[in-house]
Design a protein around this ligand. Sequence first.
Ligand SMILES: Nc1ncnc2c1ncn2[C@@H]1O[C@H](COP(=O)(O)OP(=O)(O)OP(=O)(O)O)[C@@H](O)[C@H]1O
Length: 266
Amino acid sequence: MTVMLEILNLSKTFSQSGALFKSKAVNATKAIDDLSFAILRGESFGLVGESGSGKSTVANSIMGLVNPDEGQILFEGQDLLQMSQNERRTIYQDMQMVFQDPYSTLDPKKTIGWSIMEPLTIHNLGTKEERKERVIQALYDVELDETYYTRYPHELSGGQRQRIAIASTIILKPKFLIIDEGVSSLDVSIQAAILNLLNDLKEKYALTYLFISHDLNVIEYFCDRIAVMHHGKLVEVFNAIDEDKIEHQPYTQKLFDAIPPIYLNK
Ligand SMILES: Nc1ncnc2c1ncn2[C@@H]1O[C@H](COP(=O)(O)OP(=O)(O)OP(=O)(O)O)[C@@H](O)[C@H]1O
């Protein structure tokens, strides 16, 4: 398999109180610290770590929402950090992110159809009729139907809202999808349904996933390879299938030990 996305020596420090304190280490948080890993085309790559370990900073750096201090982010060999705004805009049709809280990303005053169509509108893709057709296709892709086109976010359950968030990313036909805590706020049975949907979409559209969660149990179920982060650093990367055959780093073992026994199907 070829490499789709490569992170090389990426670092980001946030100054807590603005530029005034930038030079004082005590007021700065090193959110990511010399991080390197590669995601292969067609895999589901998991990034796991406790809250504050730097996972969202990695996702936000990839999506251009955070400016890293150092390092490279290579997408199909091209460094995103060296690109112009225009070049990035084009590449973000191939890379999309499903955010943590779908309710906050859906405009409560707009119909579901409008929200799913928005990326097509922003990128000025297709005629009005073609856009509507693509929205309806995207609704069916996430196992909803066209009656949702005219509904509003408050009429939907958490799981349905997450399906809408997924529909509004796959409508651009991306190659690479980041899912940041995409199922964390959902009940366990709904989580499983969304994960199964993501697996179906992966197959249908040949997607590659970066799946981010603090929940090792979910990551282990869904991902092919797993990277563990702690205090902004990479602890280890391993194949999910080898999970119980290898000796893990103590921090990873601690995360495994914290999984409640009811979730362990061994
Ligand atoms: N915009 C910001 N300004 C200041 N500090 C930030 C900012 N974003 C993140 N941080 C800090 O960087 C560290 C890493 O945060 P990040 O959100 O990347 O971790 P995370 O693993 O995704 O955690 P969570 O699962 O809680 O979102 C934390 O200490 C956080 O407080």
